[in-house]
Design a protein around this ligand. Structure first.
Ligand code: NOJ
Length: 588
């Protein structure tokens, strides 16, 4: 099995090297900023609600905490704030298991707090983006409680139920994304239900028109509240195949990852077109789908005028080092060619149909980008500056993950018991079951644990980094004395000030928002270099991805003015380790 993965990785590398040897030009048609929609011109920011700011001392972040820190977001130039789910939930998966879509979980506040947040944000030109989790609900949702109560109630067909095999075992050998069988037996119905994620997260049956109507009602309820859009969770899993069959086992447990059996099933786009036309038409909200399993080549069906979403998060880039998402212990080396080509392929594919691209390097399920994409231990601030430059100057809407603007790195807690995330724990157990040692399993955890993106926000150097007066639900990272919002604000060379500067530059040099993208050093494996051009304005961005000094041809920046450098050493034609620079030409 390991051999098969190795061969696949080599094939992938060959394909990428082949495609990256030709310069890819995306969208040479110049568009003006005025033609773009509000969400294409803004910067988006993801808040992990549980960890952002606690206002009542219970150790859990809440809505009033967010309202109290809106000015931080304003200063970053943020216009859209994606909140991770804050609806009523038993929190088996920290809110991605929703028991009531129409109410706020008491741990996060009340509906009045939400109304106030929406209002206060709007005063600052910030719109709230809700996370809609519609592939599944919580098993405590009244829809599921009713569905499991008998085989013939009004909601009996709202979830995916199937009979056991003759020997009583699960209908198929599918492994859920969080590990273990994707089927759970229910005594009451004498049947199994499907859960792509945890057993506490039963999958909704989108084939039932009543389910589709009700999820539309949920979305409309939140639009009426005044939110600016939706992030659609795990959306590629909503349509199940017509027949449930075993897949070829892909690990020692005899199971096959459910992703390969159910993701992106034919016909899924019909459901999503229906959702779009019933919910979105006539509004100015935007939608961004979490579309694991949609490749760059397929994006043209998902976004653009005839697509189903305004933007789609696809995962080629963040999975660059994981040949198999279910196995954190097997990683692969990658090159800047590959890294770059993920951006370019996605840009090219979405741009072909007038679609738009969400640029992201982190989210609440991913490791911190400094660890993920930059080698070596040192130069944390420089690395963060390089990645910030990429995030804020690539064509598309940048999505900043909370803490990314402060230069956070992965946690490396000693024991698996120190971790909170259920998926992290399950990945660890899976690794042990596959025969990896405890040390190897922990190494995987240190690289990929979702907890790294979820530690409390570090506001200042007081107790618990100013996150809470109580005991934080997840430990604060010990580096908070140095890396915190207050200290970084005062340090002109901090990561935070780098973000603030880049955000300001975006609004002043608008080709960084609407300009055509062109790769200008396609054969270079150290520098990511591109231009952003609109009319007579051209920005040239050069980012050194290595820990060495590198040189480049100064013809690339002929007659241009340097408008940004992430390092204090300025010298044309040379980039210091991890330095990023932006030059601008304004032609007459
Ligand atoms: C994707 C979300 O981003 C993740 O945090 C969650 O665990 C799964 N979907 C299940 O909803």
């Amino acid at each position: 099995m390991k051999n098969k993965k190795y061969i696949l990785s080599v094939l992938l590398l060959i394909c990428v090297l082949f495609t990256s040897s030709c310069s890819i030009v995306v969208n040479e048609t110049v568009r003006n900023t005025s033609e773009l929609k509000w969400w294409q011109k803004t910067i988006a920011y993801e808040i992990y609600v549980r960890s952002f700011k606690d206002s009542d001392g219970d150790g859990i972040g809440d809505l009033n905490g967010i309202t109290s820190e809106l000015d931080h977001l304003k200063e970053l130039g943020v216009g859209a704030v994606w909140l991770t789910p804050c609806y009523v939930s038993p929190q088996a998966d920290n809110g991605y298991d929703i028991a009531d879509y129409y109410n706020i979980d008491p741990a996060y506040g009340t509906m009045e707090d939400m109304d106030r947040l929406i209002l206060e944000a709007r005063k600052r030109d910030i719109r709230i983006i809700m996370d809609l989790v519609f592939n599944h609900t919580s098993d405590e949702n009244e829809w599921f409680v009713q569905s499991r109560s008998s085989a013939d109630n009004d909601r009996s067909d709202w979830y995916i139920w199937a009979d056991p095999r003759e020997d009583g075992s699960a209908p198929t050998n599918w492994r859920s994304i969080f590990g273990g069988s994707a089927w759970e037996y229910d005594e009451n119905r004498g049947q199994y239900y499907l859960h792509t994620f945890l057993p506490q997260q039963p999958d909704l049956n989108w084939a039932n028109p009543e389910v589709r109507k009700e999820v539309g009602n949920v979305a409309k309820f939140w639009i009426d509240k005044g939110v600016g859009g939706f992030r659609m969770d795990a959306i590629t899993y909503i349509k199940k195949p017509a027949v449930f069959e075993d897949g070829t086992p892909d690990a020692e447990d005899g199971m096959v990852g459910i992703h390969s059996m159910t993701a992106n099933t034919d016909g899924i786009l019909d459901y999503l077109h229906e959702f779009k036309s019933s919910v979105q038409e006539g509004t100015d909200i935007f939608t961004v789908g979490e579309a694991n399993g949609v490749s760059a080549e397929d994006l043209d069906k998902w976004v653009g005028t005839d697509g189903v979403f305004d933007m789609v998060f696809e995962f080629g880039l963040v999975n660059i080092d994981l040949p198999d998402e279910s196995n954190w212990c097997e990683t692969r080396d990658w090159t800047l060619f590959e890294f770059r080509s993920f951006f370019q392929n996605s840009l090219r594919s979405s741009d072909k149909v007038g679609g738009w691209f969400p640029v992201f390097l982190e989210n609440h399920d991913q490791p911190r980008s400094i660890n993920h994409f930059m080698n070596g231990e040192d130069d944390r601030t420089a690395k963060a500056g390089a990645l910030a430059t990429l995030l804020l100057t690539m064509r598309g809407t940048p999505f900043i993950m909370q803490g990314e603007e402060l230069g956070y790195v992965n946690v490396d807690w000693a024991s698996i018991d120190d971790y909170n995330d259920i998926s992290t724990k399950n990945h660890y157990e899976f690794a042990l079951g596959e025969g990896y040692s405890e040390e190897e399993a922990m190494e995987g955890v240190h690289h990929f644990a979702r907890d790294s993106a979820r530690t409390p926000m570090q506001w200042d150097d007081t107790k618990n980094a100013g996150f809470t007066e109580g005991t934080p639900w997840l430990p604060v990272y010990p580096d908070y004395k140095e890396f915190n919002c207050t200290a970084e604000k005062e340090d002109p060379d901090s990561v935070l000030n780098c973000y603030i500067t880049l955000s300001r530059l975006r609004s002043e040099h608008t080709e960084l928002i609407d300009g055509a993208y062109k790769d200008i050093m396609p054969k270079n494996n150290s520098i990511f270099a591109y231009t952003r051009t609109n009319g007579n304005r051209q920005a040239t961005v050069l980012i050194n991805f290595t820990s060495e000094k590198v040189t480049y041809d100064t013809e690339l920046i002929k007659d241009a003015a340097c408008i940004f450098s992430s390092s204090s050493e300025e010298h044309e034609g040379i980039l210091s380790p991890y330095e990023a620079v932006i030059y601008e030409n304004v032609y007459q």
